[in-house]
Ligand binder design. Structure first.
Ligand code: ZN
Length: 432
């Protein structure tokens, strides 16, 4: 972690060490031939050879205050209305044995809805009616490769055709699919939605697995945990494990062009036109803007922390009190000690969470899910479980916030600043 304060060229050396230490446990993996083939000293992080790996590092931050807060301030009323509508639908459906005209109409209106299934007439399934027996097997005693990830998400969609939809958001620079799964057990056509994503950084496979664990955790827990069931009945969950499939295949932090996707988003100090140099960030942007997520979690690995906007400035957002309270609850759920505004970890420019919060008022967090990027397979299941618990805690906090049930904390009280900040700071050198 301390390497962030050294020159990039030194970071190359230290990152190589860290990456080697992180990669070694993965040699247990039966599915990771690509990574093993690269265990030949070829560094995935080569800042010296990739001067463009940190786009716009010299950009200045517009501090005039005209555009540094999210445009959409109406999350509370909207969410309350949506939640009430969902509750009404659910109540109606329950009273009528699970099928109502309204629910059917909502199902029919789903532009991107699941295909009808003959076995259950294609009628949407409420969270109350999820059959765990149908869940495809997924274990985290090994890392999964791209094909296995696609197969699993498709299997979930096939097992739950009325609530789960498999989609491809597009293709990476090298032509790999970027798959995602929508779980919508609300019986609404356009419910408020949650976005969970992994692998902005291709050499952080624990973040991939963290996202991959979400469908099983939510669906399985919904039968025994009323709070999870309620969240599933309120929100659609978008699960996108592989933001950066090329980096994942190459075991590099950056994408195939050597660009750090999680520095490529716009934020209040940089326009869209000067951002989004990577096709992968463009694809996330497209999904983000089309759905307008209420909350989001971007999984990373290399530390254990819960982080929230802003990344680019020490100023707290207008939701600083929410973020502090949500971060505290989430960190407790994950047994993490550190939760803080991302800037207080260290300043960065162009992260997904700043973009999502700025553009859509998405209550977005970065979860650093494990102390190393690729924990041993013996530890992996625990990491995934912790990430799932944290995700539920974060979404629950967002839901409570929208309904006026979350007691906000003062942001300074919650922040755990660990490192002295220097100015100017090269925030492009983040290695987690
Ligand atoms: Zn990362």
């Amino acid at each position: 972690m301390i390497v962030r304060y050294y020159l990039p060229v030194l970071a190359v050396l230290l990152a190589g060490c860290g990456q080697g230490a992180g990669r070694a446990p993965r040699q247990d993996s039966a599915v990771d031939l690509g990574r093993l083939a690269r265990a030949d000293g070829q560094s995935g992080i080569d800042a010296g050879a990739r001067p463009d790996s940190a786009p716009d590092r010299s950009s200045t931050i517009d501090m005039d205050g005209s555009s540094d807060q999210p445009a959409d301030r109406s999350i509370g009323p909207d969410l309350a209305a949506d939640t009430k509508a969902a509750a009404d639908l659910a109540a109606d459906a329950s009273a009528d044995g699970g099928v109502t005209d309204a629910a059917s109409a909502a199902m029919d209106a789903m532009v991107d809805g699941p295909e009808a299934d003959a076995s259950d007439d294609g009628v949407c399934a409420l969270a109350d009616n999820i059959s765990v027996a149908k869940l495809p097997a997924i274990g985290f005693s090994t890392y999964h490769n791209q094909q296995q990830i696609e197969d699993y998400l498709q299997a979930v969609a096939s097992a739950f055709p009325t609530i789960a939809t498999y989609k491809v958001n597009g293709q990476s620079a090298q032509g790999r699919d970027i798959p995602y799964l929508i779980i919508n057990a609300t019986c609404q056509a356009s419910p408020p939605a949650i976005f969970t994503n992994g692998t902005h950084h291709g050499d952080e496979p624990a973040s991939t697995e963290a996202a991959l664990g979400i469908p099983d955790y939510l669906l399985r827990r919904s039968t025994t945990d009323a709070s999870v069931r309620s969240l599933l009945g309120t929100y659609a969950f978008y699960v996108l494990p592989l933001v950066n499939p090329d980096g994942f295949a190459l075991d590099t932090r950056e994408n195939a062009a050597g660009l750090d996707i999680n520095r490529d988003y716009s934020y209040p100090g940089r326009s869209d036109a000067d951002s989004f140099k990577t096709v992968e960030a463009q694809l996330v942007k497209s999904l983000q803007e089309s759905v307008g997520f209420r909350a989001a979690v971007a999984y990373h690995s290399g530390a254990q922390e819960v982080l929230w906007p802003w990344c680019y400035t020490a100023d707290a957002t207008v939701d600083g009190g929410f973020f502090a309270a949500a971060g505290q609850q989430t960190a407790q759920a994950m047994s993490f000690a550190i939760y803080q505004q991302s800037y207080d970890d260290y300043p960065t420019q162009g992260e997904y969470i700043d973009f999502a919060y700025w553009k859509n008022h998405t209550l977005a967090a970065t979860f650093e899910v494990s102390t190393v990027k690729a924990p041993s397979v013996a530890l992996l299941a625990g990491v995934v479980d912790g990430a799932s618990k944290g995700t539920v805690a974060w979404v629950q906090a967002a839901n409570d916030h929208a309904n006026g049930r979350l007691h906000a904390l003062s942001a300074p009280a919650a922040a755990r600043r660990r490192f002295p900040l220097t100015a100017p700071f090269d925030g492009t050198n983040r290695l987690e």
